[in-house]
Every structure is written in structure tokens, then in C-alpha cells.
Unconditional design. Structure first.
Length: 215
């Protein structure tokens, strides 16, 4: 036993010494941030400022690391702040061409350093959702959107009865955190992933009765 301890003692001393110099939480965060910053660079249209977190991403990330839900009052404040960022259609038209919306939903291109600045991005919607039953590859991170408009009783998106659903759909696509503080859905309009016309077409894909989504 004594001989065994003689072998283990040096290792134990090193372990305890390591514990003694373990950095604090803020210091560890700073070291991590420095490593991340040093590992990325501006290239093409992909800029390092994408790593900067706003209140929503910072607070939700912290809650996720802690393994607990975000404080309800803080969640409400985040949602209220993000709701103010939603830009409603400048011409009042919420519903676009569902065929264009399908093309956008299918495309995962855009915003990489190899993409030309100003080139159109895709929505990459199928990465997280089932939208059309004919699609054989789709993600399940988000809920199924098949029959999205039909299940919500939208037979005519232009009718006053459909106004609330139409506006919610636009707002959710533009900035999902306005409705769920820690939503994992990209804030496609708010972050400039999709422009106003593209958002209009995706809304059309989800709500137009002629869209395959609602068949």
C-alpha cells in the first residue's frame, strides 16, 4: 500500500496543483472568446462580427449551458424587443408566389465566403421542417409545416378572418425570437438572410391554398 501511494503521490500533487490554478468562470469565458476570435477571420462576405451575440443569443446560450429555462420575465423582454424589429411588407402585400417560395425553401445556399456579395440566399427551410409530403429529405428540429394554412383555416389569405395568421406567419419568418425568446429558428428577415420579397414568397408557400403545402 505504501509503495502504491509513492507512485500515486506525484500524480495527485499535479492534479491538485491544476485545480488550484483553475481559471474562474469569467476568465474561462474570456479565454474561450479569445480562442474563437483567433480561429476566425473576415473572408469574402463572411465577417467575424457574426460571432457577436446580442441579448437574446447571449441569455439563451447561458440558460442552455446552465441546463435550465430562461427567466420568464427576461424571455418576455427579449420577445418584446425583437417584435419591434419586424419590418412589415412595405406595400402591404404579405402573400407572394408559392412556386418561388418553394425554390427558396429548397435552397441552402448563401452567406458563405465563396458566395458573391449581394447574391440571393436560400431559406434552407427543409433542413428543419417537413413542408411538402413529396419531399423525401427534411429535418425534424422544427415542427411539420405540411398543411400549415389548411390546418389554420386559411382558405383565402386575403380575407380579414385570416389577417392574424398571415401577420403571425410573416413575423415568425422575419424574426422568430419575437414569439419565442430562445427559438432555434433563424431570424431570416432580421439578419438579412432573406429580403422582403423572399419572405413574401415563403409566406405564400405556407398559406396559398394552391400551394402543395395545403393540398
Amino acid at each position: 500500500m505504501k509503495q502504491t501511494f509513492q507512485y500515486l503521490a506525484p500524480a495527485l500533487a499535479v492534479f491538485l496543483a491544476g485545480c488550484a490554478v483553475m481559471p474562474s468562470g469569467p476568465e474561462l469565458d474570456k479565454r474561450t472568446a479569445d480562442i474563437v476570435k483567433a480561429s476566425f477571420r473576415d473572408q469574402g462576405q463572411a465577417k467575424v462580427d457574426r460571432l457577436v451575440q446580442d441579448d437574446a443569443t447571449r441569455e439563451c446560450s447561458a440558460a442552455d449551458v446552465a441546463g435550465k429555462p430562461i427567466d420568464p420575465k427576461l424571455a418576455q423582454a427579449i420577445e418584446a424587443a425583437n417584435l419591434k424589429t419586424i419590418k412589415w411588407p412595405s406595400d402591404g402585400k404579405f402573400i407572394g408566389d408559392w412556386k418561388e417560395g418553394e425554390r427558396i425553401a429548397q435552397s441552402g445556399r448563401g452567406m458563405t465566403w465563396t458566395d458573391a456579395p449581394g447574391s440571393a440566399n436560400g431559406g434552407n427551410c427543409y433542413n428543419c421542417h417537413l413542408i411538402d409530403k413529396k419531399e423525401i429529405s427534411y429535418g425534424t428540429i422544427g415542427p411539420s409545416l405540411y398543411n400549415y394554412g389548411k390546418l389554420r383555416g386559411v382558405s383565402d389569405p386575403a380575407s380579414p378572418a385570416s389577417k392574424a395568421i398571415v401577420e403571425y406567419t410573416w413575423g415568425k419568418i422575419w424574426n422568430a425570437k419575437a414569439y419565442s425568446a430562445c427559438s432555434s429558428m433563424p431570424r431570416t428577415g432580421h439578419l438579412g438572410i432573406l429580403n422582403e420579397a423572399q419572405v413574401r414568397h415563403v409566406v405564400g408557400l405556407l398559406l396559398d391554398p394552391k400551394s402543395p403545402v395545403n393540398q
